[in-house]
Design a binder for this molecule. Structure first.
Ligand SMILES: *Cc1c(COP(=O)(O)O)cnc(C)c1O
Length: 414
């Protein structure tokens, strides 16, 4: 599919999904039709058009020179990876299996980068043989890259992940600052570059990722500026000839009441200034942003079915066939400090005007298995469907599927 960088169709960031008379639709099918297609509940459905719109809107908002990568860990479903591979400039992987799905998408190996604080001998070998850029996160990884290159008689592509001394504020999950398992401390980068060169390797890129799920544009701008300044200092100090500087992802999406979609214009404006600095000081270096959640998070729905409705001492419970074993992050157990509800909707076979407060739970024998707590929704009955929005990223693959041995849900990209 050819995708134009210009004039994407309009997109409503707070609710991507097409609606007919208030009813959610994906590929013009309502949720009952989607359940028939899935064959069973629970299931995940991802909206292909929504992913396309998101990439196009991002390209339109950001300076043209920014290259966009997709970080597969956000949603590794092969159909999603293949769809995104045609829309973005590169893929980021962090395991052998992700490496195979990235290569299988047909994207050029040099546009694939391999991050991760622990890489196995098999992973070093596969990446070096394929011509994928290995992102070294330690001195030991630099030595492993050189060793596998000697053994296979290839020159592996290597880049260095930097752990900056500063910390990014207001990020859901902090990835830099102080002691971290990720990357090489910035004060050790000169020694890391010397080690590379002594082993016959020349770093092609620097990778600096400062945090995930950030909804604060000012904090993102500050992080981008500091990261680029640090990278440019290292370029000059060490005479690096870089193909790319990867400033990571981390752009957030709104999940909870009171959160708003990220404002892209300040980020774009700041990047324009940083690109100007780069064009003066390292004109042959690309700026890469590597995004997971932002590209797919809003495009996914998780749908489960009500098995039972029961009242316990004044609380109405809807017991469903879906829960934390499929969607850990929705249950609040994947990095949240205080549990909050993801946006939840109900699709009723017999819609009524009546609303009621309910707590929706899953089938697991643990009080952690909450789908939505104390939400006011149209009165629902057994057999009706519960829809969790914002479920396209860190959903199924970030969940403890084996816990209690329920069947695996379907995943569909439509
Ligand atoms: C997880 C990860 C990303 C993507 O993060 P998002 O917050 O989903 O955008 C990008 N790069 C690396 C190295 C990662 O580990």
């Amino acid at each position: 599919m050819e995708v134009s960088k210009k004039s994407p169709p309009p997109i409503h960031h707070s609710d991507w999904h097409h609606r007919v008379e208030g009813e959610l639709r994906v590929a013009n099918k309502n949720v009952f039709e989607l359940a028939s297609i899935a064959g069973a509940t629970p299931f995940y459905v991802y909206d292909r058009a929504a992913v396309t719109h998101r990439v196009q809107a991002l390209r339109q908002a950001l300076p043209e020179q920014v290259q966009l990568h997709y970080a597969i860990k956000a949603n590794p479903m092969p159909a999603v990876v293949n769809h995104l591979a045609r829309l973005v400039d590169g893929l980021d992987v962090a395991s052998h299996k992700e490496l195979l799905s990235a290569l299988s998408s047909g994207i050029a190996p040099q546009e694939i980068s391999f991050a991760g604080p622990g890489k196995s001998p098999v992973e070093f070998e596969a990446a070096a043989a394929a011509g994928i850029t290995l992102i070294a996160e330690s001195m030991a990884q630099i030595e492993s890259v050189a060793e596998v290159g000697n053994r296979l008689k290839v020159t592996p592509r290597i880049a260095l992940r930097v752990n900056p001394a500063f910390e990014l504020k207001s990020s859901g999950m902090r990835m830099t600052g102080g002691a971290k398992p990720f990357g090489i401390d910035d004060e050790q980068i000169p020694a890391a570059v010397r080690l590379c060169r002594s082993l016959g390797l020349e770093p092609e890129g620097l990778h600096l990722f400062t945090g995930s799920q950030n909804l604060n544009a000012d904090a993102i701008c500050e992080a981008h500026s500091r990261v680029i300044d640090l990278a440019l200092e290292l370029v000059e100090q060490l005479n690096l000839k870089l193909r790319f500087i990867n400033i990571g992802g981390g752009l957030g999406i709104p999940y909870f009441p009171g959160e708003h979609p990220l404002r892209l214009s300040p980020i774009a404006e700041n990047l324009t200034g940083l690109l100007k600095k780069m064009s003066e000081r390292c004109p042959d270096t690309h700026l890469v942003m590597e995004m997971g959640r932002y590209l797919v998070g809003e495009a996914g729905l998780y749908v489960c079915r009500i098995l039972e409705k029961k009242v316990s001492r004044g609380t109405t419970y809807l017991v469903t066939d879906g829960g934390l074993h499929h969607h850990l992050s929705n249950s609040g157990n994947f990095g949240q400090v205080i549990r909050k509800n993801y946006p939840v909707e109900i699709a009723c076979t017999n819609p009524s005007e009546t609303k009621e407060q309910v707590t929706i739970v899953g089938p697991l024998c643990t009080p952690l298995d909450i789908v939505a707590e104390k939400v006011i929704l149209p009165a629902a009955e057994v057999g009706d469907l519960v829809i969790i929005r914002q479920s396209g990223a860190y959903g199924l693959s970030a969940s403890p599927l084996g816990f209690l041995s329920h069947p695996q849900p379907q995943e569909i990209l439509l």
